[in-house]
Design a protein around this ligand. Structure first.
Ligand SMILES: Cc1cc2nc3c(=O)[nH]c(=O)nc-3n(C[C@H](O)[C@H](O)[C@H](O)COP(=O)(O)OP(=O)(O)OC[C@H]3O[C@@H](n4cnc5c(N)ncnc54)[C@H](O)[C@@H]3O)c2cc1C
Ligand code: FES
Ligand code: FES
Length: 483
């Protein structure tokens, strides 16, 4: 058992313990280490100013992906290597992206610049030749308020790939890997005493190394918060909306990051992040893949998990309409055993789920689409990229000889939880697959939901969307197979 987090920053080894474990990593970098190149603007994962590269061990190799340090806490970083903007300068020379940013006048106030440089450097880790589309896609998690994007994109496109050394060349990994492999099977327990408005609170942190240990820990501390990617919970913590006294990190738990096809199921481990799912879905679930490309930003997709999206229970969680119409099942584990719950029965009310305080999501499984099923997913938001949905929908159709045999419809953003439109589904069954049927269904759909008006949209707009999306679905299916 250890009481410290072992991490490397720009190749240097750190053992962090006590209060510092409980800091957002951007604070640790800036305030404790003086690495102030990493900037903080929004502190909620939206602007990318705090972007750094996270090196995680995969198949005995360190793989580097970009992440937002403002919503990643030190306790999530055990046995990982972080490269910040300071680490990109090699042998006293600016990184090729930095030099190109200067050459292309891509910086004015400069506050966003380190984040853009790190994000671009991360792209060259994966791919040598970048198209303009790659660069635009790779920079969706970075905002600039003064220069404008064109000079930044031009600067990245102008970089000669052979002038960019890989992170592994700059920071040889063998010693780090050996160190991590010796420590990654350790459990970690740490705490410190904090005084909040005159009251003393013991903040506790656990990083269990086995599933049994995590379940025992949750039984002992039922109010503890699990943290996976932290892209929901850390935002809430930064905003002061939640103050968990006890944190249980899933970061060192082995064998929970699988995606596999087995028998009739696609089986997904709870630690699988969106970037991995995006890659997997390209062939298996192409329609889901499309929506995952506009899920948050690369920084969010690299760490945010599917289990976190399900457990967070947002009525506009992007994965949910898909999982609902696919009749996905969620495995819940506790010291009392395991059980499977149909996702359609998982939500009881706003942020109220079937999961007890002792349970952990340990798997999500769903059957792939069969040859007669057609599925479409919709996300309506004010901006295409990096925006919370106003309305989401998943529609799955089975049609034969122009007659609807079965249809499942799930809407998000129209009530406290994602809803299946059971009356509209019943109306559509055995009806002709034609425009008139979907027009009538749209009117019925309006009556099944009670959306509210909020900062994103009015209730009336959402009602109209719930009607129109059925027509859109009809036209989309016709486009693929003339009706
Ligand atoms: C800038 C930004 C953009 C975003 N964009 C989108 C978007 O486009 N679409 C969208 O749907 N969401 C979006 N999100 C929300 C978030 O990224 C997702 O919900 C993500 O999937 C959460 O996963 P996580 O691993 O980070 O969860 P965490 O924050 O680690 O956890 C979220 C909740 O789930 C619980 N939890 C985590 N894992 C488990 C488990 N295995 N068992 C039980 N409970 C668990 C935690 O205790 C916590 O309550 C965005 C967030 C940010 C900050
Ligand atoms: S400071 Fe804006 S994403 Fe971190
Ligand atoms: S250069 Fe000022 S915000 Fe981008």
């Amino acid at each position: 058992m250890r009481d410290y987090i072992l991490l490397y920053i720009n190749g240097k080894r750190y053992q962090v313990s006590g209060e510092q474990i409980f800091q957002p990593f951007s604070d640790f970098l800036r305030h404790e280490q003086g690495l102030t190149g990493t900037k903080v603007v929004c502190a909620e994962g939206d602007c990318g100013a705090c972007t750094a590269l996270l090196g995680t061990v995969k198949n005995h190799e360190l793989i580097y992906e970009i992440f937002n340090t403002c919503i990643y806490y030190v306790y999530q970083l055990d046995c990982q290597h972080v490269v910040t903007i300071e680490g990109l300068k090699a042998n006293g020379h600016l990184h090729a992206v930095q030099q190109s940013m200067i050459d292309h006048f891509s910086s004015q106030c400069g506050y966003c610049t380190p984040g853009f440089v790190v994000a671009a450097a991360g792209m060259f880790e994966k791919k040598n030749v970048l198209s303009e589309q790659d660069v635009r896609y790779g920079l969706t998690g970075n905002l600039c308020r003064c220069t404008g994007y064109q000079p930044i994109i031009q600067a990245v496109l102008a970089v000669a790939p052979d002038t960019v050394p890989s992170i592994a060349e700059c920071f040889p990994s063998s010693a780090m890997l050996q160190d991590f492999e010796q420590h990654t099977t350790d459990s970690i327990a740490a705490h410190y005493e904090e005084t909040i408005t005159g009251k003393s609170v013991i903040k506790k942190f656990f990083n269990p190394a086995t599933l049994q240990e995590i379940l025992d820990c949750k039984k002992q501390y039922p109010a503890a918060a699990f943290v996976a990617g932290g892209t929901d919970i850390s935002v809430q913590m930064n905003k002061g909306k939640v103050h968990p006294d006890t944190i249980i990190s899933l970061s060192n738990l082995p064998n929970l990051d699988f995606i596999k096809r087995q028998e009739e199921y696609v089986r997904i481990g709870p630690k699988v992040c969106w970037a991995e799912l995006e890659h997997f879905c390209k062939n298996t679930f192409p329609e889901w893949h499309k929506t995952l490309t506009v899920f948050g930003s690369p920084q969010i997709r690299n760490v945010g998990t599917i289990a976190g999206n399900i457990a967070n229970a947002s009525p506009v969680g992007d994965s949910l309409p898909f999982l609902f119409v696919m009749n996905a099942e969620v495995e819940l584990s506790s010291v009392h055993g395991k059980r499977w719950v149909d996702i359609n029965d998982f939500y009881h009310g706003y942020k109220n789920t079937e999961m007890t305080k002792e349970e952990l999501i340990t798997e999500i499984r769903l059957a792939p689409l069969n040859a007669v099923q057609k599925m479409k997913l919709y996300k309506v938001s004010k901006r295409k990229d990096l925006d919370i949905a106003i309305f989401t929908a998943g529609i799955l159709l089975e049609e034969m000889d122009g007659v609807i045999q079965n249809i499942r419809i799930a809407y998000g953003g129209v009530g406290p939880v994602v809803l299946r439109l059971l009356e509209t589904e019943a109306f559509l069954k055995k009806k002709q697959f034609c425009l008139e049927t979907f027009r009538e269904a749209g009117k019925l759909a309006r009556g099944e939901i009670t959306p509210i008006s909020d900062v994103r949209a009015s209730a009336e707009y959402r009602l109209q969307l719930s009607e129109n999306i059925l027509l859109q679905f009809y036209y989309d299916v016709c486009e693929e197979q003339p009706c």
